[in-house]
Each structure stands twice: as C-alpha cells, then as structure tokens.
Design a protein around this ligand. Structure first.
Ligand code: TRP
Length: 338
C-alpha cells in the first residue's frame, strides 16, 4: 500500500523489557486493532537502536526484540496490511539521523525532557551534570525524528511523555524543508486521552519502574499467583465492596464485555469475597489470553519464523525508505560527481 492519500500512522516500541498487561491494554491491543483497518496505513517497528540507550546488556536487547516481535505476531498483527519491521534492518534510518542532526539545533536537544531529567538527577546527587549521560541519550530525539520522517508518517500514536519528541521531529522537518526544499511531511502526535491505563498490583499505574506489573505471557499458574497478589482491603466475605477499592476491577474491566463488568460490579456490591473475585478475574483473563499465549510460545520456540516476518517487513520498509533517502542525499548535495 503506497497510497500517500491515506493517513500514515507510525509508532516504535523500544526493545527493553518484557510486555505486561498494561502494555497490552494501553498500546498493543489498540495498535493491532488499527492495523486491521483500511483507513490507515500503519507502520510498527522494533526500536532496537533506542533500546541501546537504556540497556547495555546484549542478551536483554536481543531477547526483548524476540519477545516483543513474537507478542505482536501472536496477537494477530496483520503484517500483510501493516509494515512491521526492525529499526536496525533499515540502514537509511541511522543515515537520516546524521543528516537531521546537521539541521537540529543543539539548544533544542538541551530542552528534551529525558535529558533534562538525567541532568537534574545528577545535580541532586552532587555529580557532574553530564555524569553517565551518553550522546545516545542526548541526541535520542534526532533518531526518533528520523524514524518518523523516513516514512512520511502523518500520525504518530504515542504516550503523553513522548509528545515533545514529535514536536522536535516537526521542528527538524521544517528546518530541513526550509533549507533544502519540501521533502518531509510534518507529523502529528496522536495522544489517546481515553487509552486505558491499567493499574498494577498496588493500584498505581502498571509500570516496570514500580515493579507492580503482571506479565502478559505468564503461564497459567504464575498468572493466577500474580492476580492473587493484587492488593485489596480487609473487607470480609459478605461485606459490600466498591469497584474502586482495589485494582482488581480496573484490571478485569478491559478484558471483558460491559455486561460482564456490570455483573462483576454487582457481585462485589453484594459481598463477593475478594478471593473468589480474584479467582474469577484470573479465569477470564486467562481465557482471553490463552490462544495467543499458545501462538506466542510457538514463535518463541521458532525464532526463525519471527526473523522471516521481520525480514519481509524490512523489505517493505526499505522500499519506502530508499527513494526518500536518495532524495534527501541529492537535496543536501551528496550525489554522484559524474
Ligand atoms: N521513544 C519511544 C518510546 O520510548 C519509542 C519510539 C522510538 C517511537 N521511535 C519512535 C515512538 C518513533 C513513535 C515514533 O516510547
């Protein structure tokens, strides 16, 4: 699908860590639903170069790339329709990163939230402001701009914390276009305010940094155990319970129909015991995830299948990236002398 009249949506997933239920409900599931629509041309990629900024353990970067790719495939991403690839398979991206770096003001990067937070942490700790800050972290918004501009993305679905990076990508695109001619499309951030934010075991947002996650692919036994650890209060069986008294209801809700939600809420109000409530939550979530979990396990056992899917995606991605990169090179004066 090369039609530029369709909105083109593009988003990257950094390859550190293992997917949890919060990632699934908040980002993966809605993206996969979008990928099934004819109304958008979707690009999804594994941001493994971004992974290197946060993680210097080669095994983890590698394993996480496999797990995340297998997750999206197991959950039914339509890779015929969408373009699904690995960032590092598209050498045009780091090439464009350099060229964008030459139009990007350093002052713009000084204002990036992630960099500023790292400087602040250093200052608080009484360290040199640049302590342990790499050029990768500092110039990360340039790599992200290249990810986006390389494919003329019009829409970039991201979390709120990323919206500054989309503004920066627009800024770089504008400066480039102004200096060298109209090459890049200006992207827009799409921040889904209604996106489900799943609470974790302790009721705070489910996040790796809070250590309160429930893994998406836990086996049945471990999933049950994790759900049993969701924090509840000390109300006895028979006592009425509200849906807001524990993370249990909000964790359950996105996995079931509105009718089922209502039944659960009514049963809690009628005094359902926490233990039984947890058992019910476990059974339903387990039922919803089991078929994909089976496919996931298959893919993890056959990484060559995952690799083949990514290789096919890379061909599609490079078909788009190569001509644009050639135009960029010509525009800046890097071209054959003959
Ligand atoms: N930085 C994004 C994150 O941490 C991931 C990402 C990398 C991305 N490149 C992108 C998202 C391009 C959207 C577009 O979530």
């Amino acid at each position: 699908m090369s039609s530029q009249s369709l909105p083109r949506s593009l988003t990257g997933i950094t390859t550190t860590g293992t997917p949890h239920l919060g990632n699934y409900v908040g980002a993966i599931r809605p993206s996969i639903e979008d990928s099934l629509s004819d109304a958008t041309d979707s690009f999804y990629f594994l941001a493994d170069y971004h992974g290197l900024i946060k993680c210097d353990e080669p095994e983890r970067v590698h394993q996480s790339t496999l797990e995340i790719a297998a997750t999206w495939l197991a959950l039914g991403l339509d890779i015929e329709r969408a373009t699904f690839y690995r960032q590092s398979d598209v050498p045009e991206i780091p090439e464009l990163t350099w060229i964008l770096g030459c139009v990007c003001a350093k002052g713009l990067m000084n204002r990036a939230h992630a960099y500023k937070a790292a400087v602040q942490d250093n200052e608080k700790a009484g360290d040199d402001p640049d302590h342990e800050i790499t050029m990768g972290l500092f110039s990360y918004p340039v790599l992200m701009a290249a990810d986006i501009l390389m494919f003329n993305a019009t829409h970039v679905p991201v979390g709120k914390d990323q919206s500054q990076h989309i503004e920066m990508a627009r800024d770089m695109a504008q400066r480039f276009n102004h200096r060298y001619g109209e090459i890049f499309t200006l992207p827009e951030a799409v921040i889904d305010e209604s996106a489900a934010v799943l609470p974790g075991l302790d009721g705070r947002k489910m996040s790796k940094s809070y250590d309160n996650t429930i893994g998406l692919w836990l086996n049945e036994k471990k999933l049950r155990k994790a759900i049993m650890r969701i924090v509840t209060n000390s109300k006895e069986p028979g006592e009425p319970k509200g849906t807001d008294e524990s993370a249990l209801y909000p964790i359950y809700a996105p996995f079931v129909s509105p009718d089922e939600r209502q039944v659960f809420a009514d049963d809690l109000a009628a005094g359902l015991a926490w233990g039984e409530a947890k058992q019910r939550v476990f059974e339903r979530i387990n039922e919803v995830l089991a078929p994909a979990r089976e496919r996931y396990a298959q893919l993890i056992e056959h990484p060559a299948e995952v690799e083949a899917a990514l290789a096919a995606g890379a061909v599609k991605a490079r078909d788009e990236a190569a001509p644009l990169m050639a135009a960029v090179r010509r525009a800046v004066g890097i071209r054959s002398l003959a």
